[in-house]
Structure formats: C-alpha cells, structure tokens
Design a protein around this ligand. Structure first.
Ligand SMILES: Cc1cc2nc3c(=O)[nH]c(=O)nc-3n(C[C@H](O)[C@H](O)[C@H](O)COP(=O)(O)O)c2cc1C
Length: 161
C-alpha cells in the first residue's frame, strides 16, 4: 500500500530538528527561507546538504547563484523563523532582520547560532525538492542555544544536568 501524504507528514512530525534560514544570492537578488531539511554530509571535505522545494524562490536563487548560506537559528530567533517561512512577506524578509553580507554574497543572519557559507557542489532532483550539497567555505559561530522544531511547534533545550 502506498503511504499517503497526511500519514507521511504526521509521521515526520515526530522528527525533532533544529531550524535554519537558508539564504542565497544571484547577482543583485538576495533571498532566504526557513529550512529544517539540513544535514551534515562529510567533514573531509566539509560538506552539508539542504533540501529546497523547487517551487520556492530560494530554490531559483540557489540554482542561478550556485551559493547558499545556512544560518542555524538560536533559541531567541523564533520570530526570524516565522518571518522567513511566511509567503506574505516574501519581498521584505531581509528588511525585517539584521544581517551582513558573507564572502559568497549570501546574507548571514545576525545572532544566528552558526552560519555556514557554502558553494554548491552537486544538486539532486528528488520528488518536489532539490537536494543541494554545498562545500563549506567559511564558518561563523556564536555562543548560544539552538532553536528546535518538533510536532509542528518550536521548542528549546531542557537540560537535565
Ligand atoms: C519549521 C519550518 C521548516 C521548513 N523547512 C523547509 C525545508 O526544509 N525545505 C523547504 O523547501 N521549505 C521549508 N519550509 C517552508 C518554507 O520556509 C516556506 O515555504 C517559504 O515561504 C518559502 O519561501 P520562498 O518561496 O520565498 O523561497 C519550512 C517551513 C517551516 C516553518
């Protein structure tokens, strides 16, 4: 029996993840969106992957520009995640947060837990998404806790120790 979409989505709500904003640049165009489909791929060479819906504007920019930045959000950046997920404010997202330009030109969100600057090394079309594998060119880290996402809502770490 094939798995239907609602069963699939419901099952995947049980996967706890961090939250990132993936940004890109193509020429003068800058854009970004909230992404939870992010993973480390390899340490040598340093590679990561993100999965972008092909209907997203961010996908077009990564495709054209060949670069992206992964901004892993800190616990206090829930509003940043909301800003970059809503299609209503698609054109004004980067005006609503503070950011700086990285070495690839892709925006680095201020106060992110970690920002990774990447150059696309391969792209794999699967279903509705493209998996972009990027070589990490630069890393920027701060000392804070991560924003988490689980069962369709934001969470933060609860330390037992
Ligand atoms: C917590 C969360 C995680 C998301 N993860 C992804 C993801 O991994 N890949 C993706 O393509 N969209 C993801 N989205 C949806 C996009 O952020 C959303 O569709 C966005 O408006 C697309 O922006 P754009 O079309 O302007 O690029 C996520 C949304 C939320 C709230």
């Amino acid at each position: 029996m094939p798995v239907d979409q609602s069963e699939f989505r419901s099952a995947l709500r049980g996967w706890a993840s961090g939250v990132t904003v993936v940004t890109s640049r193509s020429g003068d165009r800058l854009h970004g969106m909230t992404v939870s489909a992010f993973s480390s791929v390899s340490a040598d060479p340093p590679l990561v992957l993100v999965c972008a819906n092909r209907s997203s504007t961010t996908h077009s920019l990564i495709e054209e520009g060949g670069v992206f930045a992964v901004n892993i959000l800190a616990a206090h950046q829930q509003e940043v995640s909301n800003v970059f997920a809503l299609s209503a404010n698609e054109d004004s997202r980067l005006e609503r947060v503070s950011w700086t330009e990285g070495q690839t030109g892709a925006p680095l969100i201020d106060e992110a837990l970690v920002s990774l600057e990447c150059r696309v090394v391969s792209a794999h079309r699967e279903g509705s998404h493209t998996i972009y594998v990027g070589q990490v060119l630069a890393v920027h880290s701060t000392d804070s806790e991560p924003l988490l996402y689980y069962q369709g809502g934001y969470r933060s770490l609860h330390r037992e120790d």
